[in-house]
Design a protein around this ligand. Structure first.
Ligand SMILES: Cc1ncc(COP(=O)(O)O)c(C=O)c1O
Length: 354
């Protein structure tokens, strides 16, 4: 089976982790700080705050912006559940805006009509590694005085005209093993705003400003030195891996004609966390055939958030037709950097038979 994703762990990662184990400093320390500095430079922002996961990065980012009970946060229903759950976790209410059919990302033209007195923030998700229309989104946010929290959990290094995602608002990244780079579990918040950065650092560590002096409510959202050591090595390798993902995606797109391939707008850098194609309403059968032929295709995501049982219980009963249709029509194909030419050809061959 060609898996849908594969973490790439080499000798350098193993040596880096062993060195931490031998150092005796396992919890958050100098390596976490070094990883933060390198990641901030990579995104072109002033601050990066490492966390225990992408989910805790999102929660801490929302809390840093003062999002809480009574507030509404506008986001997409076509995403991993954590994007919306992180809003619920703060006590605020996720408000879903349908996606655009071509990008699968939140449709900026539909945001305005869902803004109310209670709206506090916009939380766009750069799904599959493709940037949302951040010009339009930041424009709407500025007009209405809203915070922008970018869920860039799938989009390390994605950019619009050279400007990286995570630098438009407060960025949140995940380093889960399936992501374009990994720290096993882990996350990162990115921001240019000194106050938000200070607040996020407090929230990450029990609200502690100095040892046993607590300024605010906080949590243990810290990253370990083991994770940071992994992350430092992986971040060095990321540019080469991203180029390979883009190359693999282009190889597939040039050869696939019977499915809708990913569209990349002029000036946009898609980092292909997922290579997602639109196969139509016979998707479930196609998925099964690909899996039987040894291609680890998967669906991200088969049920939009507003239709999840838990959200139904919360009273969400609206219809968001584009997200609902996309969740029935798309599937993702392996695109990770270690794919061989033979494996790519096998994917082309099997998909062409659908
Ligand atoms: C879009 C999106 N948001 C949030 C998350 C949550 O990240 P994590 O699994 O690191 O908590 C993920 C990844 O799983 C994701 O893909």
């Amino acid at each position: 089976m060609i898996p849908i994703s594969r973490p790439l762990i080499g000798k350098e990662e193993k040596e880096a982790v062993l060195a931490v184990l031998e150092s005796g400093q396992l919890a958050q320390g100098p390596r976490v700080q070094e990883f933060e500095q390198h990641f901030a430079a990579f995104c072109g922002v002033k601050h990066a705050i490492a966390t225990s996961s992408g989910t805790t990065a999102l929660v801490a980012a929302l809390l840093s912006h003062g999002v809480g009970p009574g507030d509404e946060v506008i986001t997409t229903p076509f995403t991993f559940i954590a994007s919306a759950n992180s809003i619920l976790f703060t006590g605020a209410k996720p408000v879903f805006v349908d996606v655009d059919e071509e990008s699968y990302n939140i449709d900026p033209n539909l945001i305005q009509e869902r803004i109310t007195e209670s709206t506090k923030a916009l939380l766009p998700v750069h799904l599959y590694g493709y940037p949302c229309d951040m010009d339009a989104i930041t424009h709407i946010a500025a007009e209405h005085g809203l915070a922008v929290i970018e869920d860039a959990c799938q989009a390390h290094g994605a950019a619009i005209r050279g400007r990286k995602v995570g630098s438009y608002g407060t960025g949140c990244f995940s380093f889960y093993p399936s992501k374009n780079m990994t720290t096993a579990e882990g996350g990162m918040i990115t921001t240019d705003d000194d106050e938000i950065a200070d607040h996020a650092r407090l929230i990450r560590n029990h609200g502690q400003s100095q040892l046993y002096l607590h300024q605010t409510m906080g949590y243990n959202f810290r990253m370990t030195e083991l994770q940071a050591a992994l992350g430092l090595v992986q971040l060095q390798k990321l540019p080469e891996w991203t180029s390979k993902r883009i190359e693999n995606a282009s190889y597939l797109s040039q050869r696939l004609s019977n499915v809708g391939t990913p569209q990349v707008k002029e000036g946009y850098r898609h980092v292909f966390h997922q290579y997602t194609v639109r196969v139509g309403l016979h998707r479930d059968g196609s998925l099964e055939r690909l899996n039987q032929a040894g291609i680890g295709a998967r669906v991200y995501y088969p049920l939009p958030v507003h239709q999840q049982p838990f959200y139904r219980q919360l009273g969400y009963d609206e219809s968001l037709p584009v997200a609902e249709r996309m969740s029935q029509e798309v599937l993702s194909l392996p695109v990770y950097p270690a794919l061989t030419r033979d494996e790519l050809d096998k994917i082309v061959n099997e998909v062409s038979k659908l």
